[in-house]
Design a protein around this ligand. Structure first.
Ligand code: TYC
Length: 102
């Protein structure tokens, strides 16, 4: 209408919604039985580490009990955990690998 004095509209602030997917830490846990060399091989094989990087991370887990070995999308993290758990089981080592939301 010419004289629009009954407009009930409300102006609200908007911002572009660019929500990134959550990331997940993959953790390796220490135990008393898995051989150190096996853990080093796991870190080289599934996490693309050099032997030197893998050895350092393995020692961190051995001394501290746990370490983050990588940060991934949910799907990639799940795959890494499954690969490590399956590889450890096939070699009859009790090595544990888990993931948690960052
Ligand atoms: N603690 C093990 C040992 O002394 C070595 C080890 C390191 C095991 C890291 C698991 O995630 C691990 N043989």
């Amino acid at each position: 209408r010419p004289s629009d004095d009954d407009d009930t509209s409300v102006v609200v602030a908007t911002r572009p919604k660019t929500k990134r997917p959550p990331l997940y830490k993959v953790l390796l846990l220490n135990d008393d039985y898995t051989p150190m060399e096996f853990v080093v091989a796991v870190l080289e094989r599934f996490f693309g580490m050099t032997h030197s990087q893998a050895f350092d991370i393995m020692l961190t887990v051995h001394k501290k009990g746990v370490a983050v070995v990588g940060v991934f999308s949910h799907e990639i993290a799940e795959t890494k955990v499954a690969q490590v758990m399956d590889f450890a089981r096939r070699h009859q080592h009790p090595l544990q690998c888990t993931m948690e939301r960052e």
